[in-house]
Design a protein around this ligand. Structure first.
Ligand SMILES: CC(C)(COP(=O)(O)OP(=O)(O)OC[C@H]1O[C@@H](n2cnc3c(N)ncnc32)[C@H](O)[C@@H]1OP(=O)(O)O)[C@@H](O)C(=O)NCCC(=O)NCCS
Length: 131
């Protein structure tokens, strides 16, 4: 556990620093415009900072009752495996504690989500990709 990390819910966040973090973990960093929509349009997001620098992020989109979707979980490579992703996930799960189902997709950190009770879906999941 890294105790120097400061966590915030939907606190100050700039598109550029989010872009740099997503790029650092080789995730789609989107355009500046889309990142601003991620920041303003999410139900909530969690930031993790070390001395002011953004080192972790995760967000949730939800109707607050029936479903929630966790997305864009990212921890800067030098900060991985120190419990930051876990703390971000716990915070997002607390935000969605009254929601019937929480969804997420991962192809990298299955063990993290399994540890928190997520089950691999037996249902077919369809996606229409516009871009
Ligand atoms: C996935 C990610 C957000 C996890 O953040 P993190 O701060 O490294 O996670 P934690 O330190 O809290 O790890 C908690 C547990 O998750 C699992 N885990 C984390 N990263 C993992 C990885 N890359 N591969 C397999 N398991 C992983 C482990 O079980 C870990 O526990 P352990 O360290 O005791 O073995 C981070 O590794 C990341 O940004 N990865 C690249 C981007 C990515 O794939 N994002 C999509 C995730 S849905």
């Amino acid at each position: 556990m890294n105790s120097n990390i400061h966590y915030a819910i939907s606190g100050e966040l700039h598109s550029e620093e989010l872009g740099q973090l997503l790029q650092s973990v080789k995730m789609n960093a989107y355009s500046d415009e889309k990142r601003n929509r991620i920041i303003s349009g999410s139900t909530a997001y969690v930031t993790a900072r070390d001395a002011g620098s953004l080192v972790g992020f995760g967000r949730i989109i939800s109707d607050g009752a029936t479903l929630a979707y966790i997305n864009n979980m990212a921890v800067s490579p030098q900060y991985q495996r120190q419990g930051i992703g876990q703390t971000i996930l716990e915070t997002l799960m607390r935000i969605a504690k009254d929601v019937t189902s929480i969804y997420l997709y991962t192809n990298t950190a299955d063990a993290l989500y399994i540890r928190y009770g997520f089950k691999l879906s037996e249902k077919r999941l369809y996606i229409l990709r516009n871009s």
